[in-house]
Design a binder for this molecule. Structure first.
Ligand SMILES: Nc1nc2c(c(=O)[nH]1)N[C@H]1C(S)=C(S)[C@@H](COP(=O)(O)O)O[C@H]1N2
Ligand SMILES: [Mo]
Length: 415
């Protein structure tokens, strides 16, 4: 009787081992790609590859459903095998819970357009929290389950009864405790290295509004005079930004002072124009409250921007009939994007100088950034310093690397 039971156990065991192996490799890939994707430095290094990596991440994430479904078919039998192993049962629960959380929030992030920011914002937070908790857990799990650290489980029990079995000399008491010690050490190591950054991250991503203040504190620009806020700007009529910006840049963050900053409007205009900072801060500004939505799922609501409406500058410069496209240049020397002449007429597009009554900090694209409220914010060029009207099309930095040319937020196309 024992022999057929063992056969079944071995059969299931093989299948379970295969499922486990697939699951582990896929999670390893998802973890690796998932950590790299939002990482500032990698955004620049990967370039176009980043968008491919993103699709691969989504594809593997969806494919993860296969080993999980296969496992669920075997789960009943697996459960039987785990009868006296509550720790392993818990592990199965935890892993399945993690996978479900990652999967569901991942689907929302993948289909961000269908779900909209009200869903993608919490989905991104859930995706992140699960990564911060689940990843250390799974790394710990995979390290402590390597053969070397494995408890010599049943065998050591058996040795006491039948001392002549095949048990290796390692499976004795002192080694067992040493392994337990090493495992606790690994656990402690994780807690010490990841704990503080996790808490810091949680605090910053869950506290709202404080972030802009902090960024203003460490503004690296040195432009004199400081722009004076309009009455609607300070206190901000929007009540202050809600949410946290994730600082995105494809270059080191540039900083400016009066000697190296200027603003140019040129190309197919009737009158090319250029300002230095002293002149630029004197241009009449308006105030606007708008939301900020990145395609990767996060948003910042109720930003009070103060700046020069793009429409006004274009009217002032006057454009020739051959002009088809408005091209925006960043002072980082790398990032560009564009709008059609027609899109550029939208009244709410702003060449922003202040956010919530303060100069825009360098991290957020100050001294001057573009704000296109009705489109995803890869259109909102940071460190904007030149606007050129051109006759041909221009494909922006991220669009060249796979982002959708259509950056409209769903349901907002208007003027
Ligand atoms: N110069 C420059 N502008 C940029 C980017 C960039 O990398 N460089 N990233 C864009 C993207 S994808 C987003 S979501 C927003 C992010 O703005 P923030 O860094 O102020 O949060 O800036 C946009 N403008
Ligand atoms: Mo973005």
């Amino acid at each position: 009787m024992n022999s057929w039971l063992n056969k079944i156990r071995k059969g299931i065991g093989k299948k379970l081992a295969a499922v486990h192996r697939w699951n582990a490799w896929m999670i390893a890939f998802l973890a690796f790609s998932g950590l790299i994707l939002p990482w500032g430095a990698w955004r620049e290094i990967l370039g176009a590859g980043r968008v491919w990596l993103k699709w691969l991440h989504i594809g593997v994430g969806l494919a993860l459903l296969l080993p999980v479904l296969y496992y669920l078919l075997l789960a009943g039998k697996h459960w039987g095998l785990l009868k006296e192993r509550p720790a392993q049962k818990w592990n199965v629960f935890i892993v399945l819970f993690m996978l479900a959380g990652w999967f569901l929030s991942g689907v929302v992030l993948w289909q961000f357009r269908a779900f909209g920011p009200a869903w993608s914002n919490p989905a991104l937070i859930i995706h992140d929290v699960f990564t911060w908790i689940g990843l250390p857990y799974m790394i710990y799990h995979s390290i402590t389950r390597t053969r070397w650290l494995k408890e010599p489980h049943r065998r050591s029990v058996r040795t006491s009864i039948q001392p002549k079995t095949e048990v290796s000399p390692q499976a004795t008491e002192p080694l067992y405790t040493r392994r337990a010690f090493i495992r606790s050490a690994i656990g402690l190591g994780f807690a010490v290295t990841l704990g503080p950054s996790f808490i810091k991250w949680m605090a910053s991503s869950l506290s709202s509004g404080a972030n802009v203040e902090n960024l203003v504190q460490k503004d690296n620009n040195h432009l004199i005079p400081a722009p004076q806020p309009a009455v609607d700007s300070l206190p901000p009529i929007g009540g202050g930004s809600k949410g946290n910006f994730r600082i995105y840049t494809v270059t080191p963050i540039p900083s400016f002072d009066n000697s190296n900053w200027s603003f140019t409007v040129d190309g197919l205009v009737n009158q090319a124009m250029q300002w230095n900072w002293e002149e630029f801060v004197k241009l009449p500004r308006t105030v606007q409250v708008s939301d900020f939505h990145c395609v990767t799922g996060w948003s910042v609501y109720n930003n009070t921007w103060e700046g020069i409406p793009l429409k006004h500058l274009l009217e002032q410069a006057g454009f020739q009939s051959s002009a088809q496209t408005v091209k925006f240049y960043s002072g980082d020397g790398v990032y560009t994007d564009s709008l059609t002449m027609e899109q550029a007429q939208m009244k709410d597009i702003m060449i922003a100088v202040m956010l919530d009554g303060k100069p825009i900090p360098s991290d957020l694209g100050g001294p001057v950034r573009l704000v296109v409220p009705q489109m995803y914010t890869y259109k909102s060029v940071k460190w904007l310093n030149r606007i050129e009207l051109i006759a041909e099309d221009h494909v922006g930095y991220w669009e060249e690397r796979g982002y959708d040319k259509d950056a409209w937020l769903s349901g907002t196309k208007q003027s």
